[in-house]
Design a protein around this ligand. Structure first.
Ligand SMILES: Nc1nc2c(ncn2[C@@H]2O[C@H](COP(=O)(O)OP(=O)(O)O)[C@@H](O)[C@H]2O)c(=O)[nH]1
Ligand SMILES: Nc1ncnc2c1ncn2[C@@H]1O[C@H](COP(=O)(O)OP(=O)(O)O)[C@@H](O)[C@H]1O
Length: 205
């Protein structure tokens, strides 16, 4: 029997909104069909981050060579560093029928919109800009300057919210996680029903 190709789920949102936290909550659930795509970046590892777990950490030369070789599904420069999604991993995993979860910023998501129009695009929004700032400060991983640049980027990113299929507010982690799960379940159901209807139409039923 033909195996359904997995769903490409893109989660975007400003730095500090809680993408990583919500993603970890999603992946800690038992029996999910999600696979996380680990990105490549030229950003330096933060304390505790592990190469091949949090990111594949690359030099600028290595990253640019991946771009030239066409090995990235999308890439973007964000606050001075490159970030990108490995193409082969994503294709292989979708072909195996698993849902692939990308946690990426808005420019990269826009590239995927063009290349994979049947992806599912979810924007994670903060309750307010001041809550976002508090979260970034509270995380304590960036200097004041970097936080200011990320907040400026956040204002532009929030303007891109209308390009997404869904907006999920991250007021509470578990609620946000439940909302994402519900969206994914509904999307699978929609696709199954549409495909059945289409096949029935082809059979002239
Ligand atoms: N376009 C793109 N953005 C990515 C990728 N991986 C991570 N990002 C985004 O890059 C931004 C900065 O990531 P990072 O430096 O880890 O900061 P954090 O998300 O605030 O912890 C975030 O919005 C990430 O979601 C990727 O592969 N492609
Ligand atoms: N719903 C929430 N309420 C309060 N704090 C949150 C919530 N979600 C995440 N946080 C906190 O906000 C900070 C940024 O979260 P993180 O997942 O690193 O964001 P991102 O991956 O989007 O940059 C972390 O310290 C995290 O514990």
């Amino acid at each position: 029997m033909r195996r359904e190709r997995g769903l490409l789920i893109v989660l975007s949102g400003p730095s500090g909104v809680g993408k990583g936290t919500v993603r970890k909550a999603l992946f800690s659930q038992p029996d999910t069909n999600y696979e996380y795509s680990i990105s490549m970046t030229t950003r330096l590892p933060r304390e505790g981050e592990v190469d091949g777990v949090d990111y594949f950490f690359k030099s600028t030369e290595e990253f640019e060579s991946l771009i030239e070789q066409g090995q990235l599904l999308e890439y973007a420069k964000y606050v001075g560093n490159y970030y990108g999604t490995p193409l082969e991993y994503v294709n292989k995993t979708l072909d195996a029928g698993r849902d692939v979860f990308l946690e990426i910023e808005v420019q990269g998501a826009a590239q995927i919109r063009d290349k994979v129009p049947d992806g599912l695009f979810i924007f994670l929004a903060p309750p307010s800009i001041s809550a976002l700032q508090q979260r970034l400060v509270g995380r304590g991983t960036e200097t004041e300057d970097v936080i200011a640049t990320r907040i400026a980027a956040a204002n532009q990113e929030l303007e891109m919210m209308n390009l997404y299929d869904y907006v999920v507010e991250n007021d509470e982690v578990q609620l946000a996680c439940d909302r994402v799960n519900a969206i994914v379940v509904a999307e699978h159901c929609r696709r199954e029903r549409v495909e059945k209807q289409y096949l029935a139409m082809l059979r002239g039923e």
